[in-house]
Design a protein around this ligand. Structure first.
Ligand code: GYE
Length: 360
């Protein structure tokens, strides 16, 4: 799309070094890291293949808009749906060439991917950042290269907001409030609003906006409920396996857990497995109340099965939203710097009716 002949030539030259595998710099390392870890990632990440696509597009003077997307990883159902949304939006038919990089939950991989995109002189860089901090330097590099950056899903915490054009994602603090408000109402209906309520929390990746907002939202609301006691919080890294592991240790430490707050559905699934394995019960008719976030399709199955009490929605379908931002920027229009998506709360009693309407 860009007609920067010199930049393209430099980019092609650097790419050639990278493909030949004889460079010692960060770009080569990105390729190796991304391809070495898992076979599955290699397929989706395929740095060499995506590099060739960018080259081809540039060489052919292609009119496609080249978008480099640095994705967090594939840690959850939410993330899978988010990746699918981006890939379904940024297609050749829609006028895009997508360079997709899976960072496997490591910020260092994301930084390498962004540098790779800069070297390839993509038209736009889109980042779903693992954590909020640590972005100033690489975003400045993108800005100096004249490449607009869009942040999606989690936020970045940078000293200068002009380092990115726009952000679109969820109001994670509001999600935390919504979860706590649902719990207060539920306990009230059960006549337990002054009983001591013991809570444990499985937190997301520490430093990720989804973790910070949800933890803080609940923490703020705790002040309104003097009978709520947070026994412990620990990260389950947003994965089912870690969620299960941490829940197993919580169950060993405490025999009187009333509520599990899992900062995403996959950790809740892990926690439910741990609870059942320990011979305890959970869900609307069980001993332990399960409060979760995301409201992915499998959470509705879990609610229908009677295991989960509620899931606070977090919408991952950001592909079209990012595309709209890019189209506006292409037309020289101003875009909203910060845009939140609308979300709901889905308690178990709504699951059966709502499940067929869910898109992810
Ligand atoms: O809740 C979780 C995923 O950042 C909103 O990341 C996202 C979170 C989501 O791993 O399932």
């Amino acid at each position: 799309m860009k007609k920067k002949f010199l930049c393209t030539m430099i980019s092609v030259a650097m790419t050639a070094v990278m493909l030949a595998g004889c460079g010692g710099g960060g770009t080569t390392a990105t390729t190796e890291t991304s391809t070495a870890d898992t076979a599955a990632t290699t397929e989706t990440t395929a740095p060499a293949a995506t590099t060739e696509t960018a080259q081809d597009d540039a060489a052919a003077g292609g009119e496609n808009i080249v978008v480099g997307f640095s994705q967090v990883g594939a840690e959850s159902d939410w993330r899978t749906a988010n990746t699918a949304s981006m890939k379904a939006t940024f297609t050749e038919e829609n006028g895009y060439t997508l360079l997709f990089d899976d960072a496997q939950q490591k910020q260092e991989n994301q930084i390498k991917a962004v540098r790779n995109f800069i070297q390839q002189d993509v038209d736009y860089i889109v980042i779903a950042p693992v954590t909020e901090t640590g972005w100033d330097t690489v975003l400045k590099e993108a800005q100096d290269a004249g490449i607009p950056v869009i942040i999606v899903d989690r936020m970045v915490d940078v000293s200068d907001d002009s380092l990115y054009e726009a952000w679109v994602g969820s109001n994670f603090l509001q999600e935390g409030y919504d979860a706590a408000d649902w719990l207060a109402e539920y306990l009230d209906k059960q006549g337990r609003s002054s009983e001591e309520i013991n809570i444990v929390t499985l937190q997301g990746t520490i430093g990720a906006s989804a973790q910070i907002g949800r933890t803080n939202g609940i923490e703020e609301k705790m002040a309104e409920h003097s009978n709520w006691k947070m026994l412990e919080r620990q990260t389950g890294e947003f994965t089912q396996a870690k969620g299960q592991e941490v829940m197993e240790s919580f169950l060993k430490s405490y025999d009187d857990i009333d509520v599990v707050i899992a900062e995403n559905d996959n950790m809740a699934f892990g926690a439910i497995d741990a609870i059942k394995a320990a011979g305890k019960t959970c869900g609307p008719d069980g001993d332990i109340i399960i409060v979760s976030f995301d409201a992915v399709s499998a959470a509705f199955d879990s609610m229908i099965a009677g295991d989960m009490n509620v899931s606070v929605e977090c919408n991952p379908l950001h592909g079209p939203r990012v595309a709209e931002l890019i189209q506006k920027l292409q037309n020289g229009e101003t875009v909203e710097k910060i845009a939140y998506v609308e979300e709901g709360v889905y308690p178990a009693e709504t699951a059966e009716a709502k499940k067929p309407t869910r898109e992810y």
